[in-house]
Design a protein around this ligand. Structure first.
Ligand code: UD1
Length: 418
């Protein structure tokens, strides 16, 4: 079992490029299934979740070729209509393949993705939306058996919650459905805009992606295209968190600063100095961080639930008391217990986490409980006195391209131990 070992504290200094966004690459790879043809995807991050998506494409019969950060998918050869259970379990977000699969096949079978480390992760919104587009769904014994008997047709869909995955699944199914689809209360995350950008490049007709109502006019088929994945805004936030927690000075390059509009003010309130360019952000951490009174996770453009854990790691050593309210996922404070092992003072009550700043964190043996929770432990370890050993780092590798190399390039004493 691999571990990440950090000898801290070390102030981070330097410049770093951020890699492509996992949450954008995954739905785009699913979209490569549509209509056959070839997708050439640049800036595709080298992550285990992306490996899992590529494996799914191969199992479905596609030809996939990877060279560094460029992935080429030819989906003309898609022959299969079922994703094996192991692959569905390996990556919960593999449900986003469903929308694209029903546009290619009259019958599709998937196992139910089930709960995950963030608590129950239902897919009721995905299913009801696809039903409105003409898919009949039978759920039994943990299997989703989907049939498209009379083709997909446009529909006016009202989402009860702006689910990112459900919005993506609807877009994927609707672009080649007959007629117009409207998604009301759609998710507005930048990754939705990126998926729309890719589909549009392939000939789809999508209007207002990134707004709360999205319009899609179905086209007969899509053609091949080349596309570049957007930068990862959560990885950006994590690198900035490392700089903030260690009182360092780091410039993160190749970013879209406007995608972080709800995150940067939190660093500002914590006392960090920032300079923002068109595609770079420099953050200078203060000698002493200040607490931030109220951080509430919300759908975009609100503060992202994925940045909650890394930012919490920063505020464990701020002067004063910070309060988080997690409104998106039920079970997203597992990292708090691990941070407490390092000396943090965090009390959780339901959706609320109260973080009383301590003078110092101390290195400890801790466990990555989930992807962003694991990244939070890395941030904490960079600032902590002594040796931090993080186990279960498979979670971290799902979403960060060799996190130890990234932080080590910024001066941290961090390595992977086999
Ligand atoms: C995506 C991101 C994830 C991020 C999350 C919220 C990917 C691969 N993952 O996940 O990193 O944390 O957005 O920004 O892009 N819900 C339902 N029924 C549904 C669907 C969702 O009740 O059918 C609930 C979920 O349980 C959760 C909330 O809606 O409480 C948000 O989920 P959603 O926006 O769908 O997140 P994901 O797409 O799974």
């Amino acid at each position: 079992m691999e571990r990440i070992v950090i000898d801290g504290p070390r102030r981070l200094f330097g410049e770093i490029d951020v890699h492509g966004a996992k949450n954008s690459a995954l739905p785009i790879l699913a979209g490569s299934l549509l209509s056959g043809g070839e997708t050439v995807l640049h800036n595709c991050p080298q992550l285990t979740d992306v490996d899992a998506a590529i494996e799914i494409l191969k199992v479905l019969g596609c030809t996939v070729h990877r060279e560094g950060k460029t992935v080429t998918v030819s989906s003309d050869t898609m022959t299969q209509n079922e994703i094996p259970e192991e692959l569905m379990h390996e990556m919960r977000s593999s449900i986003v393949f469903l929308g694209a699969m029903v546009s290619r096949r009259e019958r599709v079978r998937l196992s139910f993705p089930g709960g995950c480390e963030l608590g129950p992760r239902p897919i009721d919104l995905h299913i009801s939306a696809l039903q409105q587009l003409g898919v009949s769904v039978d759920e039994s014994h943990g299997i989703l058996d989907c049939k498209v008997e009379h083709g997909l047709h446009g529909a006016k869909i009202m989402l009860a919650f702006p689910s990112v995955g459900a919005t993506e699944n609807i877009m994927l199914a609707a672009v080649t459905a007959e007629g117009v689809t409207e998604i009301h209360n759609a998710a507005q995350e930048p990754e939705i805009v990126d998926l729309a950008g890719y589909l549009t490049k392939r000939g789809a007709k999508i209007r207002d992606a990134g707004k709360s109502t999205v319009y899609i006019e179905g086209v007969k088929s899509l053609h091949g295209a080349e596309y570049t994945v957007m930068p990862d805004r959560i990885v950006t936030a994590t690198y900035l968190a490392g700089a903030a927690a260690t009182g360092g000075e780091v410039t993160v390059r190749r970013v879209v600063p406007s995608d972080l509009e709800s995150v940067l003010p939190i660093f500002d309130q914590a006392g960090c100095k920032m300079r923002i360019w068109q595609d770079a952000i420099r953050l200078e951490g203060p000698g002493m961080l200040h607490a931030v009174r109220n951080i509430r996770t919300l759908p975009y453009p609100g503060f992202p639930t994925d940045a909650q854990a890394p930012v919490m790691a920063v505020l464990t050593v701020a002067s004063g008391t910070s309060v988080f309210v997690e409104t998106i996922f039920e079970n997203r404070y597992k990292h708090a217990g691990e941070l407490c092992r390092m000396g943090a003072d965090i009390k959780i009550e339901g959706k609320v986490a109260v973080v009383r700043g301590v003078k110092k964190l101390y290195g400890a043996n801790v466990r990555a409980t989930d992807l962003r929770g694991g990244a939070a432990l890395v941030v904490a370890g960079l600032a902590a006195e002594g040796k931090t050993r993080i186990s279960d780092i498979v979670h971290i590798d799902r979403g960060y391209e060799s996190i130890e190399q990234a932080f080590s390039a910024l001066g941290a004493q961090i390595r992977r131990e086999r």
